[in-house]
Design a protein around this ligand. Structure first.
Ligand SMILES: CC[C@H](C(=O)O)C(=O)SCCNC(=O)CCNC(=O)[C@H](O)C(C)(C)COP(=O)(O)OP(=O)(O)OC[C@H]1O[C@@H](n2cnc3c(N)ncnc32)[C@H](O)[C@@H]1OP(=O)(O)O
Ligand SMILES: [Co+2]
Length: 132
């Protein structure tokens, strides 16, 4: 099922500013990537044991914009888990009473992997990304 943590995402008001702070702290950072379908610009901080994803809002309907409206300084936005079989996991998640977001169909996320999101209200208040 949920195999391991792939990344923890942090929403930030300004990706450039946030990246500079982590770079100054010695963290290797990927080039920014624009994902219009998700309403985000994203880059990854590469730690030995986990990745952190910095997310900046793009476009009016960005889910990050709404989150930043409530958390103007930024904040932890979601946790992403690696899974083997997204279709099987989606069915198991739904059977457990956890709502999948969007149209319940995977979208292509960063690095070209299919992803699904599950509702924070059904998972102890944590927005959860499933990545195959
Ligand atoms: C996939 C590309 C990239 C990658 O890793 O590859 C990314 O990760 S992109 C990440 C951005 N994409 C998403 O966040 C998609 C999933 N998110 C959504 O569908 C929405 O943001 C949703 C449904 C979580 C919230 O949208 P809604 O319009 O319902 O927002 P509200 O402000 O009305 O919130 C409702 C309710 O949920 C709580 N909430 C919202 N966001 C979060 C969050 N990130 N973590 C925890 N809780 C969250 C919010 O506080 C409201 O709670 P309530 O008790 O009802 O007040
Ligand atoms: Co993510």
């Amino acid at each position: 099922m949920l195999k391991r943590v792939n990344h923890i995402a942090i929403a930030v008001p300004d990706l450039g500013e946030a990246s500079e702070v982590y770079r100054a702290l010695g963290v290797p950072i990927s080039e920014p990537q624009v994902l219009p379908e998700h309403g985000v610009r994203v880059c990854f901080l590469e730690f030995a044991n986990v990745k952190l994803e910095l997310l900046e809002a793009i476009g009016d309907g960005s889910p990050i914009a709404k989150f930043l409206g409530r958390n103007p300084a930024g904040g932890v936005h979601h946790i992403c888990y690696d899974v083997d079989d997204l279709v099987h996991v989606a069915a198991t998640v739904k059977n457990a009473g956890v709502r999948l977001l969007g149209n319940e169909q995977p979208k292509i996320g960063a690095h070209g992997h299919p992803v699904l999101f599950a509702h924070p209200s059904d998972l102890s208040g944590v927005l959860t990304e499933l990545r195959a």
